[in-house]
Design a protein around this ligand. Structure first.
Ligand code: ADP
Ligand code: MG
Length: 726
């Protein structure tokens, strides 16, 4: 009898590529056609209204009520012309992902008739029933009020029959309940601090932007196979499964030809992304089998984060159409690479000056080194906090494993930039440097050298890559707004300190340039312990990092303590990004989330052991026993011992592994029951210290059984099927 696994494999193998929906004409024709962008505004809003709304978008001016009324009317008309019947406020709760509640435009009007209604008030603010979103105690359920408020800096769009309005989500008392609010505040802080420092370089009133280009990694698994794996369904990762004999050792998947079925999925996904004005650009296979990556062109960070969240949900939706399940978990499979979301981050001005790009003149390069030094100092002083921003139960599997970054935040600079900083440190003849031509720094050579800067260091969590930093420790399923908020916040704070110090030097009689040069040198000197160009996986680095005072903590529930350290509270308060109350609430949510995730895994694996694996192992054991009994009946004692010796071993092995697995499953269940009485940090610590090791332990036994039990009987799709069928 074919078991359900074989049926699923058959279905998966038989599935043929579904041709992607043919796009209507060239990309540029339909790009952004579902976004209420400037083209749409030109058609649907009066010039006066447009002028007001541009001011709001570009300079954060407050929108008055009458203008909001006009915008809402135009937006409604535009959306209805695209077939929309509903609208929603779209927000980013602390659960991760996004949330939305759809309301119809239709309002009953008079006797049996109706009108489509969407007022300025409805556009600007709504009150979703927010009681079931996590708030970390900020909002007791009996006063469940939470408000969503329109974020005009990210354009509204239409998905299916719904007009979607990006919003922030705040409590009745004004605390942030989402990821977007602190991100917007952090952008305000860093752009202000940056533009103030830019004054030293003769650039005043600059429109500074914080940019993000994310690279989204993901796995695709056939839906038929996925449906046979309760662990993937419930926890998005395989909790058991023996490694396939072939996995990624041949390195033949990375950048290889994209399988046809996957390519059709990607084309479809890109089409949908273009409709929403998401500038997706790069697609390729990743290192692990059935792992892929999608990256757009970088954008202003708030928009980029919204676009990333949209792409994640599009991915899931479009994948279903193609018979795939898109897996965004950081570590769906043991033994092959997990998925990250590299966040390429930089600061620049709207008119094109990249502050992380070396320039052509010595003056430009001093500016470059200044911003570099300040970023490094921020990362140095707050490496633990930065790590806290990416620490989750799922990402813990990547950090510290020999893939992606280690659980110590350091920064790779590459030879040229390191050399330029060394030179800066050793330059004594400062007075000359102030003179127009008399730069004794060799830094004017940097641009030429950097043109083909191919320096790469895959092990660095925060690597400089020529014109930006690439924060590689971010997890694939994360809302990258969270780490980006922290990054912007610590850099904003550092730039403020820097400015104070430079002003002090100027007040003491230094020229501006001299003061900048001196302070940049000292900033780098104080930061350089975070710079590390070597192998981040080595044990020597762990020891060395400890000596340098970097955070080497590896337990997630402890890592996130850094988020509410006195330093973090001071910085977040100073930059007005999050209050102490908000920070503490966020950690409560994160501890709770950690515990819940591990609890689900523990209960799922115990279920798998009891209901799926142990019964099958017992059945196979009984076949062996049956065979042995027959051998014993037919042969002499001596012949029997010879003939059945292997079988007798297997019978014992099965007994050993099933009994151990059962013991651990019982232990997992009782631990989870016991921990229900605990809460918060204490509970998360216990899950980390007591439950996680048992998850590892039970897996050993269940995976050993997979190797012994007849393949015909094994109920769950195996790694080789999950990872190689496409
Ligand atoms: P790689 O895999 O080589 O790191 P990708 O091409 O996959 O690079 O992704 C690089 C990302 O970095 C893209 O999103 C790109 O637009 C973005 N990027 C390029 N320059 C900058 C910059 N100055 N600031 C922020 N992001 C940038
Ligand atoms: Mg890449």
């Amino acid at each position: 009898m074919a078991n359900s696994r074989f049926k699923a494999v058959e279905e998966a193998v038989r599935r043929t590529p579904l041709e992607a929906v043919p796009p209507a004409g060239e990309t540029s024709v339909y790009y952004g056609s579902k976004v209420f962008n400037r083209d749409a505004m030109r058609k649907y809003l009066s010039e006066a209204t447009r002028r007001k709304i541009y001011e709001t978008i570009e300079r954060g001016a407050t929108l008055d009520k009458s203008v909001a009324e006009h915008v809402a009317a135009g937006m409604k008309r535009w959306a209805m012309d695209l077939g929309a019947t509903h609208y929603t406020h779209w927000f980013q709760p602390l659960t991760g992902g996004t949330a939305e509640k759809h309301d119809s435009f239709t309002d009953p009007h008079g006797r049996g008739s109706a009108v489509e209604n969407f007022s300025g008030d409805l556009l600007c603010q709504q009150e979703p029933d927010a009681s079931s979103f996590p708030s970390g105690g900020l909002r007791n359920t009996f006063e469940a009020r939470g408000y969503t408020a329109w974020d005009p800096s990210s354009p509204a769009f239409v998905v299916g029959d719904t007009l979607v309005v990006p919003t922030v989500f705040i409590s009745y008392t004004g605390e942030a309940l989402d990821y977007k609010t602190p991100l917007l505040r952090s952008v305000a802080a860093v752009t202000k601090a940056t533009s103030e420092v830019l004054e030293y370089f003769g650039i005043s009133g600059a429109d500074v932007q914080s940019y993000l280009g994310w690279e989204q990694e993901y796995f695709l698994i056939d839906t038929a196979l996925y449906a046979q794996r309760p662990d993937l369904i419930l926890s998005e990762r395989t909790l058991i499964g023996h490694g396939s004999s072939k996995n990624q050792q041949l390195e033949d998947h990375y950048f290889g030809a994209i399988p046809q079925r996957v390519l059709e999925f990607m084309k479809d996904l890109e089409f949908e992304a273009y409709l929403l004005g998401i500038p997706v650009k790069t697609r390729h296979n990743e290192v692990a089998p059935n792992q892929f990556e999608l990256a757009p062109v970088y954008e202003e960070v708030n928009l980029a984060v919204d676009h990333n969240l949209l792409v994640m949900s599009l991915m899931r939706k479009v994948a279903e159409r193609h018979g795939f399940k898109a897996i965004l978990h950081e570590k769906p499979f043991a033994g092959v690479n997990g998925s990250g979301k590299h966040c390429n981050w930089s600061l620049g001005t709207a008119d094109g000056i990249g502050l992380m790009s070396p320039g052509k003149t010595p003056e430009d390069n001093l500016r470059f080194l200044t911003f570099m030094a300040n970023v490094l100092k921020a990362v140095h002083d707050n490496n633990g906090l930065l790590k806290a921003s990416i620490a989750t139960a799922a990402n813990a599997h990547r950090l510290g494993a020999n893939e992606a970054p280690p659980a110590i935040i350091s920064s790779f600079l590459g030879k040229q930039v390191s050399a330029a900083f060394e030179e800066l440190l050793n330059t004594k003849d400062l007075v000359k440097i102030g003179a127009k031509k008399g730069y004794s720094l060799g830094i004017s050579q940097i641009p030429e050298l950097l043109v083909d800067n191919t320096d790469r260091n895959r092990t660095s969590p925060f690597a400089f890559t020529g014109n930006r930093f690439e924060f590689r420790a971010v997890g694939s399923s994360a809302n990258c707004g969270a780490p980006l908020s922290v990054l912007n916040t610590i850099v904003a704070y550092q730039l403020k300190q820097y400015k104070k110090a430079v002003d002090k030097r100027i007040a003491a009689g230094s020229s501006v340039q001299q003061a900048v040069l001196d302070e940049t040198r000292e900033t780098y000197r104080a930061a350089k312990d975070v710079v590390f160009d070597g192998n981040g996986y080595s044990d020597e680095w762990k020891a060395e990092a400890k000596r340098r005072g970097l955070d080497t903590e590896s337990s997630v529930p402890v890592m996130i303590d850094a988020f509410t350290s006195s330093q973090s509270i001071k910085i977040h308060k100073d930059t007005k990004v999050l209050t102490e109350v908000e920070l503490k609430a966020r950690n409560e949510v994160r501890w709770e989330e950690y515990s819940k995730k591990i609890e689900i895994e523990a209960r799922t694996v115990s279920d798998l052991a009891y209901n799926h694996i142990i019964p099958v192992a017992a059945r196979y054991q009984s076949l062996l026993l049956d065979n042995a009994t027959k051998l014993k009946a037919l042969y002499t004692e001596k012949e029997f011992k010879q003939l059945a010796s292997d079988e007798l071993e297997w019978i014992k092995d099965i007994a050993k592994h099933t009994s151990e697995a059962k013991k651990i499953a019982d232990k997992l269940d009782s631990l989870c029951d016991k921990l229900e009485e605990c809460e918060g940090r204490k509970k998360a610590l216990k899950y980390h210290d007591e439950v996680v090791p048992q998850l590892e332990a039970i897996r050993q036994h269940l995976d050993a059984l997979e190797m012994i039990v007849d393949d015909q009987m094994w109920p769950l799709p195996k790694y080789r099927e999950l990872l190689f069928i496409r």
